[in-house]
Unconditional design. Sequence first.
Length: 229
Amino acid sequence: MIDELLPQSVVVVEAHGHEGTDGSEEAALYPEEAAVVARAVAKRRREFAVVRSCARRAMEKLGVPPQPILPGERGAPRWPAGLTGSMTHCDGYCAAALVRAGDLASLGIDAEPHQPLPDRVLPAVALPTEAERLRRLTADHPEIHWDRLLFSAKESVYKAWFPLTGQWLDFAEADIDLRVHPGERLRGSLRAELLVPGPVLDGHRLRCFEGLWTAQRGLVATAVTVPHA
């Protein structure tokens, strides 16, 4: 699913439904990884393990030996030298996307259940401009839960932002415009205008991030890529 949203240079490994939930992935955690989730509930341990299994399979496809993937600052995964990537998991779905650092400066992926956001979450997530766009999109395409899609897009933007800056990006610091692809209902693009100074990449300050979205299999998914200038 997410592989449809990313360039061919990115390796994506996904696990749907109950794939990889027989306990074998959890048993295959490195000791230092197992220590991170030793006190977590079973669901958290399982998702932590399955998404890392996906990431290690992606490493192998890129010719990189499998190794521990430990959370760093603010929980961002610490990737092997020469790689950049992103992971996501929600109920029934895990995915990891990895790419050689020379091919992309950064990327972010996110998947969410295709359901409305809980009450009172949208006002904490959406800017007034975004909320107005969501009202128009909902009127034109009521089959999409645009509030959840916006939340996913914000997550992907942050995951692409943090490796470049090492700084927090608040929901209100990126204004995201979601669009539907012509002739399609369940796929489209996104553009995030950064409302704070963006990272400087190859001598140029970035002012926006761009990506794609899809809705399928009971999920919404977003992906943001940051190419080298």
